[in-house]
Design a protein around this ligand. Sequence first.
Ligand code: SF4
Length: 286
Amino acid sequence: MSERFRILETEARSILAATSGFIAEAGFSHSLSPARNCTFACTYCYVPTMGIYGGLKPEDWRRWGQFTTFKTNAAALLARELRPHMAIYCSPLVDPYQPAEAAARMMPRLLETLIERPPRVFAIQTRGALILRDLELIRRLAQRTTVGVSFSLPTNREDIRRLYEPHCAPFAQRLETIAVLRRAGVATYATLAPLLPSDPEALASAAIEATCENLIGDPLHVREVKRHGATTRDVARRIAVKHGHTAWFEPRFQAEIVRTIERVAESANRRFATGPEAFSWLAQSR
Ligand code: SF4
């Protein structure tokens, strides 16, 4: 057990949830969340703002990132619930390669199950370099069905990473992780989301170099643009105020950053898109 977080266990009633909202619009039929609460504890994380609507317990949003609860029967449930037509997004509620996964080793069991009974699409959303531990299993699954990895790269600045997501891997390690996945033949997207203070041109150029796919992204969610549903945690806003980064929460400034990244992508014959359109690239069979 780590000093920073606790690992708890529970038995779930089901493991695949029918999608709604953003992920459904992108074309995913189901989501798979192997745990509740995420030990990356990002200061901007949208998930705790969903409260009970995200299937969380009050303790989860009060102490976000301080513990996580693994669903110990997840692989057995998955074997029962999997169907060939499913397009599965893993996960809108937790990073499957969060720090606690190193000890829990839940993903190898789930990947073995997916290899046995592959769905139409399986997409992994992560910012965890730990994904490379399971590279061989992911490669085997990719030989049987469409597999996509969306790897988060919110900033190219290490001072910013340390402020907003101190428990996540450094930028250079993330680029190398994307490159290793790509070289192994796994379709891997660099996902510039949420866009944190950064040099957007350098961020986009590094992402383009690391992956051969289009670029996915999204500005920080703000109420002026997204009136309902999940939004940015207050912790990140307080950091932004203290360090003079509030422009990154302003829709007009965010739009300029998006246009800058679009220009860099276009000059490299790639596309940069945000929202469901971007995530739909992961949901399409290849
Ligand atoms: S990795 Fe994702 S789910 Fe986990 S705390 Fe960070 S933003 Fe939230």
